[in-house]
Design a protein around this ligand. Structure first.
Ligand code: TEU
Length: 552
């Protein structure tokens, strides 16, 4: 894990283009909007930007349903804008990572239009079809379908097609070599433009069991085990690596990484020649209960994954993305009293773990969940179709709505908060999704002026990480893992040693450090309060206090 690589040392900033900055007043963020904010990106000190899909799309799933992989979504701009954006980023020494959505396309993609036109069309086998004379297809679960049915009947050819996600996201047939080669050519098209990395969306699902065997009752509760990491997946990735990726100096990240440590290793270990790093998605299973979560679960998850990847493979470190709620609402405390402290604490955790930070835009401001009351406010197909499903089944709709306030993906998709003018300065038009009313306080303009803001803290800790190889490669050691309130660990590389202390509670705590930690020469590197009261191995921690020390 210690073999140096630029993508291990990089801080990646996830930018959600639809909600970042609108330049033309249509209420939707766009590439020109991003271009107008390049200096903001530069000011953060980040090394790379990952853009969610920017390709042509009817936006059934906000760009994760692509109708033309070689063009830019109309609402986002033109290829010329893209080239300008890439040049503008590179001029500022910021790399660009694009999202590759290769498990499925849009039903409006030319391939699918051809495929569904007749059973003998040359594109027929680009997708998975089930002819009606074979009877009802073996049941398959769909994430986004109103009835969770992954087979959709198409009268034109009297067949069903497969869609793990929405009906407008038919699954591509990776067993078809022609399809694979078209995809590889498309990847080269973008890589030849000089982009620096690829995020492989939902690719763990690409290799399917096409004998269509029956899965046991309730299998969807363990969906990755059944849908993920099919036997051919590694063949496809090795082929893709050999045909495309290896020819460029680019980084690749597996969005889905199976369901076990072994699955993840099989994707990213160096001798595999497949991908570079994996998200440890187990962290997504924690914190989904509005009643709270156990810090010990979070510590054990991070520790388990770090230990497993200490010698081989590399991880992407994150607490939020566009598929989950805001990190401060989920793992911290978004009340006015603690929002600021707890969001800085979570940022500290991300920036001091081993692995490449993937930091979600807006978290550097402490943006929090919007918590919509009405279903009309939601835009996400996952929430809207689940709502219809619950309604149809006559299940508890109030419980569902309450839960969405806490877990809906739309919580991280509200417009970026630039200033305290109308719509937070995101658009002069009507935003495609409501702006969080807290923008009057939580915004870039206010935070840039305030040395104590989340934003100022973010820049400081990014700079600290960039200046400290020990925070990138150094060994991680956790202390007192059963402590329910405090997360305490060191990072060391034989030359430098850092101590991280995080109080994950809203109360002041007197904490005894493990006696093996030598604090004699402890020097505060960053602290989310003005004071740090460390005396020998005893420390008084304030609510949600986080401190990084340099020690011996
Ligand atoms: O998500 C893939 C994924 O694993 C989803 O099942 C995820 O668990 C789901 O969003 C939870 O509701 C990726 C993208 O990140 C997501 O935005 C897309 O909707 C999805 O693929 C389909 O392309």
């Amino acid at each position: 894990a210690n073999k140096p690589a630029w993508w291990k040392e990089a801080v990646v900033y996830q930018l959600y283009p639809r909600s970042f900055k609108d330049s033309d007043g249509d209420g939707v963020g766009d590439l020109k909007g991003i271009i107008s904010k390049l200096d903001y990106l530069k000011s953060l000190g980040i090394d790379a930007v990952w853009l969610n899909p920017i390709f042509s799309s009817p936006n059934d799933d906000n760009g994760y349903d692509i109708s033309d992989y070689r063009n830019i979504m109309k609402e986002f701009g033109t290829m010329q804008d893209f080239d300008e954006l890439l040049a503008g980023l590179h001029k500022r020494n910021i790399k660009l990572i694009l999202d590759m959505v290769l498990n499925h396309s849009s039903d409006e993609h030319e391939w699918f239009k051809q495929s569904k036109s007749s059973r003998t069309n040359p594109y027929r086998n680009y997708y998975h079809w089930w002819p009606e004379e074979k009877g009802k297809p073996t049941p398959r679960y769909s994430f986004f379908d109103v009835n969770n049915d992954a087979w959709k009947y198409d009268a034109a050819t009297k067949s069903y097609y497969l869609h793990y996600f929405s009906q407008k996201q038919p699954d591509l047939n990776w067993e078809n070599e022609k399809l694979r080669n078209e995809v590889y050519d498309m990847m080269k098209f973008w890589l030849d433009k000089g982009i620096d990395g690829l995020r492989m969306d939902a690719f763990q699902y690409a290799a399917k069991d096409t004998t269509w065997k029956k899965y046991p009752e309730g299998y969807e509760k363990n969906i990755i085990k059944y849908y993920g990491m099919g036997p051919n997946l590694h063949n496809y990735l090795k082929e893709m690596n050999k045909t495309v990726i290896r020819k460029y100096n680019v980084m690749t990240v597996a969005e889905g990484a199976g369901s076990t440590l072994e699955d993840a290793h099989a994707l990213v270990d160096e001798d595999r020649n497949e991908l570079n790093m994996a998200y440890h998605f187990e962290i997504m299973d924690i914190g989904n209960d509005p009643k709270g979560y156990k810090l010990t679960d979070l510590k054990k998850t991070f520790t388990k994954w770090d230990n497993s990847f200490a010698d081989n493979g590399w991880l992407a470190i994150f607490l939020a993305n566009h598929d989950v709620p805001r990190m401060v609402s989920k793992f911290g405390n978004d009340s006015p009293e603690f929002r600021r402290y707890s969001s800085k604490l979570l940022t500290t955790l991300i920036m001091t773990m081993r692995g490449t930070p993937f930091y979600f835009n807006g978290d550097e401001l402490g943006m929090s969940n919007i918590k919509f009351d009405a279903i009309e406010d939601y835009r996400d197909i996952a929430t809207i179709n689940a709502y219809k499903n619950i309604k149809a089944k006559g299940e508890d709709i109030k419980a569902f709505m309450d839960k969405q306030k806490f877990i809906s993906r739309d919580n991280t998709r509200t417009p970026f908060q630039w200033n305290d003018t109308a719509n937070a300065g995101f658009t002069t038009g009507k935003p495609w999704i409501k702006v969080n009313p807290n923008y009057k306080m939580v915004n870039v303009a206010a935070e840039e002026k305030d040395p104590d803001s989340e934003l100022s803290y973010f820049k400081k800790i990014v700079a600290l990480r960039k200046a400290s190889p020990v925070l990138v490669y150094g060994a991680y050691q956790v202390f007192d893992i059963e402590n329910p309130d405090v997360y305490c660990y060191t990072r060391s590389n034989g030359k430098d040693k850092m101590l991280v202390i995080l109080n994950f509670s809203g109360k002041a705590i007197s904490y005894s450090l493990n006696k093996d930690i030598d604090t004699a020469s402890a020097e505060v590197l960053i602290n989310n309060y003005a004071k740090a009261a460390l005396k020998q191995n005893q420390i008084k921690l304030l609510p949600w206090q986080s401190i990084v020390y340099k020690i011996n």
